[in-house]
Design a protein around this ligand. Structure first.
Ligand code: NAD
Length: 290
């Protein structure tokens, strides 16, 4: 049976570091501030936004939650971003994804001051990640995955890592982090056009699944003893639960945990790390901006 990688525990460690850093910043008269913008009424997005704002309150980070209706125009979102860029109490800005169809998400991301782009999605921060420039912001989810690997003592140097998924939010930055100097993994990025995916995955000492398909990675994709990081968060209909759905990952947890050496559960794996690293990035922004 695989070791279960406890994301809640590792996230609590990150958050405790955050508390110390916030106390130090406050002693210098700086209170980190995060603005979270939600356009529309996507229920999963509402849950994410509320948990981010709640975490800020727990830590003593100032936060502003801005809810815009689903009819909001591109201009209105850009005006909101411009106001937040100019607000000295706000060090981090994020616009929750996905916005409604009339919103050009890429243009919104480009409008955020890169120094306040705590999601790490602005082209300047993407470039800094590729350049291994530590002054940039690394996207929170892959940064959280790296921290989990570190916490459980997984050797990345020279390891074969397969990242399944090539999104700008998870897959691509994850691959860059794994191959960066200091991590030194040999990285394969698989995606929807990859041939013989199970065979490719079986090479891996480390698999990171960011596909968005429930229980997609099966036991026959996994080499015995491999470390499996499941980024997926999928709502699957389940009438036996009060909400009518349950959360599951991109990995078939029951069968893969019989074969893997270590595995993250869903929920309680990568999810809590994402929020913890968002808090870290907000503190980093506050430290840099002052
Ligand atoms: P996405 O839809 O942007 O990307 C999915 C990727 O999977 C694509 O690159 C695609 O090429 C690949 N893919 C799709 N079908 C495939 C197939 N049949 N074989 C191989 N590859 C295939 O998704 P995303 O934003 O990267 O998110 C992935 C998952 O991670 C989702 O379940 C999402 O909810 C979850 N997620 C979780 C967190 C967290 O905090 N834990 C954060 C972000 C995303």
């Amino acid at each position: 049976m695989a070791t279960i990688i406890d994301g809640k525990k590792v996230a609590a460690e990150v958050l405790s570091e955050c508390s110390e850093e916030i106390a130090e910043l406050k002693s210098r008269g700086i209170t980190p501030g995060l603005a979270v913008v939600l356009v529309g009424e996507d229920p999963a997005s509402q849950v994410y936004v509320n948990s981010k704002v709640r975490k800020c309150a727990e830590l003593g980070i100032h936060s502003e939650k801005i809810i815009l209706s689903k009819q909001t125009t591109q201009e209105e979102v850009l005006e909101t971003v411009a106001r937040l860029n100019a607000d000295p109490a706000i060090h981090g800005i994020l616009v929750q994804s996905p916005p409604p169809p009339q919103i050009d998400e890429e243009a919104i991301v480009r409008a955020i001051d890169p120094a306040k782009d705590v999601d790490g999605f602005h082209p300047e921060n993407v470039a800094k990640l590729a350049l291994e420039d530590p002054t940039g912001f690394v996207p929170c989810t892959p940064a959280g995955c790296m921290r989990l690997l570190e916490a459980v003592g997984v050797e990345t140097a020279g390891a074969e890592a397969v990242v399944v998924g090539r999104s700008m939010i998870v897959g691509k930055p994850m691959a860059l982090l794994l191959m960066a100097r200091g991590s030194d993994a040999t990285v394969t990025v698989a995606h929807s056009r990859t041939k013989n995916l199970a065979e490719v995955c079986r090479r891996a000492d480390i698999i990171v699944a960011a596909v968005g398909i429930p229980e997609f990675i099966r036991a026959d994709f996994v080499k015995a003893g491999a470390t499996v990081i499941d980024v997926g968060i999928n709502r699957v209909e389940d009438q036996s639960t009060k909400r009518g759905y349950r959360l599951c990952g991109d990995v078939a947890y029951d069968e893969v945990s019989e074969k893997a050496g270590a595995i993250t559960p869903v929920p309680g794996g990568v999810g809590p790390m994402t929020i913890a690293l968002l808090m870290k990035n907000t503190i980093k922004a506050a430290r840099a901006i002052g």
